[in-house]
Design a binder for this molecule. Structure first.
Ligand code: SDX
Length: 452
């Protein structure tokens, strides 16, 4: 018998976590068919804990199932931290409220992609590089003549961004940091041009070339609204509002479109192809497309006499197929901090331009009624980033069809940062989820003349 002073051999030390930026935090036990299995628990820098199931199948023969990945983390990431319960959102450790107040969008894009706030020289060089990549190839301008006049800007953006890989075949190598960096700058610089051209196409106006003397947001608004026949002065209030809107849209950890960019990128597809896929995922009305769907919903309510209670009640009926667009979130079970920021910009901008928008009134009434309703309270459904953003875009004269492509412009640095982070991971693998088969068992083939 071991002496009382002898201690039993200590439990095997938890294996070092393979996940960068985390530490081991004990083991989780799993009882399967009378056998106990142990899996390592890891913890991130903000105390989020996870069970590392990398060895689950080899240890137990089982896999996990999780529709929509509600409980499943796909990776660790050092880019964005969000706490859905507390309503916290930080990019590289900085609260978005601070970044929205102190930075412009280009500086935040630099932070997300390079991981640190830039020095004066770094930011100047970054701005200058973007300014000198804003034009698209003249042959790409001709694409716009081929699209139907009512082509959706997201369809155009996804197509043209994917086509960038045909014009820049010299910079598609995902393993060459120099080629990746020039592709990053080209994408950030050209997406506003691509987006603005889709609007000009829709209204039959000439495509306006970008201007190197304007800031990122001024340039976009100039390409969107200027015409060759007269000088166009960009409203500084609109520039400021757009800068903040792009900042609050810039990243949001593993949302549907960012996960899509990582998924496509994991096959070593080039950056343009990966971002084009992200644009397509963002388009859905349950995701980025909600900003357009939300304004269309508010317009419907105004046209229907403004009875918000009727629509709140409709949204509670499962079989109605109607949802309050711009409401609810997979992660935020508290007020989306971005919605708070956007709502305050809305208030400020509408007052500044002395414009009254009935949609803003209806949106506020809808919020008030819904947040007092048990259905929404029980499900912790609050306004999300898409609830008020459309009202601001409308106030700026931006057509509703353009709202989601503006979301894409904002999200682009986040997509790029995640794509790069994925490629820099020492444990990078191609994404290939498993499944549980639920179809027919083995069947004998029946010749066609014996069927039916
Ligand atoms: C974005 O992931 C991200 O971070 C996304 C995003 C980002 O920055 O990348 O934040 C951007 O996509 C914001 C979300 C924009 N989408 C919308 O506003 C569309 C309307 N909202 C929903 O469809 C919904 O809330 C989702 C899609 C946002 C979240 O869906 P979940 O997490 O899958 O939740 P769910 O659909 O299972 O809903 C849970 C319950 C259900 O009721 P029960 O079955 O429990 O009775 O809440 C209900 C839903 O019916 N519900 C709503 C509702 N949203 C959820 N009921 C009425 N109106 C709504 N808007």
């Amino acid at each position: 018998m071991p002496s009382s002073t002898q201690t039993s051999p200590s439990a095997p030390a938890a294996p070092a976590p393979p996940w960068p930026g985390t530490r081991a935090d004990g083991m989780a036990g799993l009882e399967i068919g009378g056998t106990r299995h142990e899996l390592p628990v890891i913890v991130g820098t903000e105390g989020e804990r996870a069970i590392d199931i990398a060895k689950l199948r080899s240890q137990t023969g089982l896999i996990t199932l999780d529709e929509g990945y509600v409980n499943t983390g796909s990776t660790t990431s050092a880019i964005t931290f969000l706490d859905g319960e507390q309503g916290i959102l930080r990019y590289r450790g900085y609260p978005i409220e601070v970044l929205a107040e102190k930075c412009d969008f280009v500086e935040v894009a630099y932070l997300l992609i390079y991981g640190q706030l830039p020095t004066t020289e770094e930011l100047h060089a970054f701005r200058s590089s973007l300014s000198h990549h804003t034009m698209i190839h003249e042959d790409m301008r001709s694409f716009y003549g081929a699209f139907p006049r009512d082509a959706h800007p997201m369809a155009i953006a996804g197509s043209v961004v994917g086509a960038l890989s045909t014009f820049y075949q010299d910079s598609l190598d995902v393993r060459d940091p120099r080629q990746v960096e020039v592709s990053v700058h080209r994408l950030l610089a050209k997406l506003p041009t691509i987006a603005a051209y889709s609007h000009k196409k829709s209204c039959g106006q000439p495509l306006m070339y970008p201007r190197n003397d304007l800031s990122y947001c001024e340039n976009f608004l100039h390409m969107l609204f200027a015409v060759p026949c007269e000088e166009y002065r960009v409203d500084p209030d609109f520039t400021e509002a757009l800068d903040t809107l792009l900042i609050v849209h810039a990243d949001h950890e593993q949302n549907c479109s960012t996960s899509t960019v990582r998924m496509v990128g994991s096959s070593d597809a080039n950056l343009f192809a990966s971002i084009s896929a992200g644009i397509s995922a963002l388009w859905g009305p349950l995701h980025g497309g909600a900003n357009q769907a939300c304004v269309e919903m508010l317009e419907r309510i105004v046209a229907d006499g403004g009875d918000v209670k009727k629509y709140v009640d409709l949204a509670k009926k499962k079989d109605s197929g109607f949802r309050l667009m711009g409401f609810g979130h997979r992660v935020y079970k508290n007020y989306d901090p971005r919605a708070k920021l956007i709502k305050s910009i809305c208030d400020k901008l509408l007052a500044k331009i002395a414009r009254h928008d009935p949609l803003f009134d209806i949106a506020q009434q809808l919020e008030e009624v819904a947040l007092a309703d048990d259905y929404f309270i029980e499900r912790k459904l609050y306004p999300n980033v898409d609830f008020y953003s459309g009202v601001i875009y409308r106030a700026m004269g931006i057509p509703v069809q353009m709202f989601t492509v503006l979301f894409a412009m904002g999200r682009l640095p986040g997509w790029i940062a995640h794509w790069i982070e994925m490629h820099q991971s020492p444990t990078k693998k191609i994404c290939r989820p498993r499944q549980v088969y639920s179809g027919e068992n083995l069947r004998e083939f029946v010749p066609i003349n014996q069927r039916g």
